[in-house]
Design a protein around this ligand. Structure first.
Ligand code: RIB
Ligand code: CA
Length: 314
């Protein structure tokens, strides 16, 4: 495993698995978080922004956090309270920092500024709807040449979790996703094909919580909400998969494919149509579709990362 340092930017709709993804990114020595942007998705934009600040405090970190889109480009936002609670953190109350303010700079401008300061090096990990990313590309077209790659949690070659055809993040803003998938930036899609295999059992969750630090206890407590909502006694760490794909790519398998996004159909809005298993192929293979994960190794690595987070007095 290399000692390469990845300069990353997290764009999240802090939800429970987004929060878990930030904990893992903070713990991974090979990842350097240059900034965090937030947007409406699992819960409203003002909550996801504050959740990022709350997580900064929990981690004893001071990552710059920038607010972004309050709604998708076209369709209305549809929060996911059932899986994330109304506060987005599974109902777990985390205090805000003693002093904080909302920066004047918006997500799309801060992302562009940071990418321009690190040309060809910044890796964008997006774990919510792609509204901020699409706006950044539209407002700053040269971003297309500045980003090293984009790794998303979103989509599915097969199935869906918002509808039988579509995954929540892409369903929420298919117009934004279409812009991103067609931008010509190296793109990795961690869709339901792999994230549905990246689950924790109740016992595995409790084992992390038993590490006893505030971050480990938060991880275990906040993920109880999606675990209970799943009705399967397990919780899928969808967003964590995108972060672990960057820190530990050896855990995953996948294939390059052509992927297009349906934006109009009432039945299949938000479907990521891939040509993985069809005779007819799209003209270009525009995304690496992640399909497999070594789940036991994933659980071990996530547990190790979360339990390594130092205790911070709350
Ligand atoms: O479909 C799962 C995705 O939707 C995750 O990113 C989760 O946080 C929600 O945003
Ligand atoms: Ca998310």
């Amino acid at each position: 495993m290399g000692t390469e340092k990845h300069l990353i930017w997290l764009d999240c709709d802090f939800g429970t698995d987004d929060a878990a993804a930030l904990l893992c990114a903070h713990g991974a020595a090979s990842l350097e978080i240059l900034g965090i942007s937030t947007l409406a998705g699992n819960v409203e934009a003002h909550k996801t922004f504050r959740n990022a600040l709350r997580l900064n405090r929990l981690l004893g970190a001071d990552y710059p956090v920038y607010p972004g889109a309050e709604a998708p480009l076209v369709y209305p936002a549809e929060p996911g309270y059932r899986f994330h609670g109304e506060n987005g953190l599974g109902g777990v109350e985390l205090p805000l920092p003693d002093r904080w303010e909302t920066p004047a700079e918006k997500a799309w401008d801060a992302l562009y500024r940071t990418a321009a300061a690190h040309p060809g090096a910044l890796e964008l990990i997006a774990t919510g709807p792609l509204t901020n990313v699409a706006l950044a590309l539209n407002l700053h077209p040269e971003l297309q040449k500045l980003l090293r790659r984009i790794v998303i949690m979103g989509g599915a070659a097969v199935g869906g979790n918002k509808t039988p055809a579509a995954e929540f993040n892409i369903y929420s803003d298919p117009h934004a996703a279409k812009i991103v998938f067609e931008a010509g930036i190296p793109l990795t899609m961690c869709g339901l094909d792999v994230t549905n295999k990246a689950w924790f059992s109740e016992t595995e969750l409790a084992r992390v919580g038993a590490c006893g630090t505030p971050a480990a206890r938060f991880f275990a407590e906040s993920l109880k909400t999606p675990l209970q909502a799943s009705g399967q006694g397990t919780v899928r760490l969808h967003d964590v998969t995108a972060v672990l794909f960057v820190s530990n790519p050896e855990l995953f398998t996948g294939q390059l494919a052509g992927v297009r996004v349906e934006t109009r159909s009432a039945l299949t809005r938000g479907k990521t149509v891939t040509d993985l298993w069809s005779d007819q192929k799209f003209p270009s293979r525009n995304a690496f579709v992640v399909l497999g994960v070594d789940r036991p190794a994933f659980v071990r690595r996530v547990s190790e990362l979360v339990c390594s987070l130092k205790a911070v007095e709350n």
